[in-house]
Design a protein around this ligand. Sequence first.
Ligand code: BTN
Length: 255
Amino acid sequence: MGASYPERVFLHVTETRSTNDDIKKMIYSGDNRFAVMSADSQFGGRGRLGRSFLSPDGGIYFSAVYPLSGREKNIPFLTLAAGLATAEAIDDAAAGENTPTPLIKWPNDIYIKGKKVCGILTELVSVGGHPTAIVGIGINVKSFGENCPAELKDKITTLNDEGIFPDKNSLIRSVTERLDRLVYSEMVLENVPDSVLDALNRRSFIRGKTIVFSDGDIKKSGIAASIKRDGSLRVITEDGDKFVKFGEITAIKAR
Ligand code: BTN
């Protein structure tokens, strides 16, 4: 087990451009509180690969600062650890109800019954030689109803649509406590214990499915296998095993 860490400082605003940007501003201004910033809504919510993240009132949007020591060998695992912390916290919030299991779509999404319910955006900054990660998590909670963009209707869901009605603040605290423990007690960015890797793989949305991924500039397909200790995804292809480190997985079909 690793070092102890300070109490979190929970900050909240009703509306902001992006909670990741708010945490970034804090870091650049020398505010080194161990903060979590949440918002009721975001007007410039950002996702991976330059995409936007729909962030209307009714969802959960928050970002947490993760000061790093520089000794971490496995920073890409942070996003996966955040996914595991979030999926387990959602499960806990749904305890006792007959609800489906949240699964992790490598590397940064959580799916329920085949639809995206949560996205995670991890960013790194370095100020005065101190590396710091920002983990931003967006969870769809309240039903979008008529306000769901047509192109997303079949692709996204919300906790409420799946019969889960969490207390938003408790869920933010539960995710953060779990992720803090993984990062600073279990030290998963230095060495991933088998128990954490197994928990992650048990929650894989894509394991055993046919997927398309990018190998450099070329699109390839294969069967998604396990997530490895370095955060990469093993894919079984006609040309042998590939270990996917970046990018996006598409065209998921059961074998
Ligand atoms: C994705 O789907 O690609 C990741 C989405 C991450 C969204 C969260 S909401 C809180 C934080 N602020 C942002 O602007 N993005 C993240």
